[in-house]
Design a protein around this ligand. Structure first.
Ligand code: FMN
Length: 257
């Protein structure tokens, strides 16, 4: 039997991002709308902005793109840095706790903004106002939307351990498989008056779009919930073939103290 062909509306071709020198970054997947917007904005300002992209699916989270201004400012040519980890910017006065903060944010796929000491190729020091974020794979629109019955929702919540007994929601783990993520680092020399405008660039940029942000977050959450529910229902259907509903629910009822 022939498999149905991929639906182009659900699998859009990944767009390519080009900076002002014509250097391209071609992600292997379509980025989420807000991440694509952030990257497009940076690319249009690539004459001024220092930014880099790494691919965590490559060994040592290697650089796959560096902006022309990054090359100019740090003194490194593309060939010298692409394929390497960005830690070559660190040196004797870079504080280990700053490195640790970045390492932790990378592991958790969370955003981080900090100021750290970095060095150019010629050994001169600069204070880097650094912003790190992820660029994530777009979630296809229009995936299955279930209207689950309330008990199914409760069962799934319990299975996923999303709530403490007090009812306080746990922090959701937002990590994705590394194949679905790039990291974006935006650098800024602190002392430079003009470039101070870019401090917390991503945060400011996103703050200008609170409604869209909210909408996308909600949509994404709903999508993930639907997928989890779909999976859970499928599992329940398999395990309940020939049983009644009570037989399924009993083992999942929380133990009372
Ligand atoms: C996208 C991206 C950009 C980075 N940019 C810098 C940077 O500008 N300066 C810096 O000191 N470290 C930067 N890092 C951090 C290092 O690459 C590395 O992750 C950090 O040193 C912690 O890892 P390590 O303990 O293995 O060295 C960046 C990391 C990523 C993912």
């Amino acid at each position: 039997m022939n498999r149905p062909s991929a639906d182009p509306t659900k699998h859009p071709a990944p767009p390519i991002f080009t900076d002002h020198t014509g250097t391209r970054f071609a992600p292997r997947f379509a980025l989420r709308r807000r991440d694509a917007a952030l990257l497009s904005e940076l690319m249009t300002r690539s004459r001024e902005e220092l930014f880099v992209i790494t691919d965590p699916s490559l060994p040592d989270n290697a650089l796959v793109y560096v902006s022309p201004s990054f090359r100019e400012y740090t003194g490194y040519a593309s060939e010298e840095v692409i394929g390497r980890n960005c830690r070559f910017l660190q040196g004797p006065r870079t504080h280990p706790s700053d490195i640790k903060k970045i390492r932790t944010a990378i592991a958790a796929q969370r955003e981080v903004t900090l100021r750290l000491v970095n060095y150019r190729k010629d050994g001169t020091l600069f204070v880097n106002q650094f912003f790190l974020t992820t660029l994530r794979k777009a979630v296809p629109r229009g995936r299955l939307r279930l209207k689950p019955r309330p008990w199914v929702v409760r069962v799934v919540d319990r299975m996923k351990g999303e709530r403490f007994p007090s009812g306080v929601p746990m922090r959701r783990d937002r990590r994705e498989p590394v194949e679905n993520v790039y990291y974006l680092g935006v650098l800024c020399e602190c002392d430079h008056v003009d470039r101070n405008l870019i401090m917390n660039f991503g945060a400011n940029f996103r703050a200008k779009q609170p409604e869209e942000e909210y909408y996308l977050e909600e949509e994404e959450e709903e999508m993930q919930r639907s997928m989890a529910l779909e999976e859970a229902v499928a599992q329940l259907e398999i395990s309940t073939a020939g049983e009644n509903t009570v037989g399924v629910k009993t083992p999942l009822t929380p133990k009372r103290a």
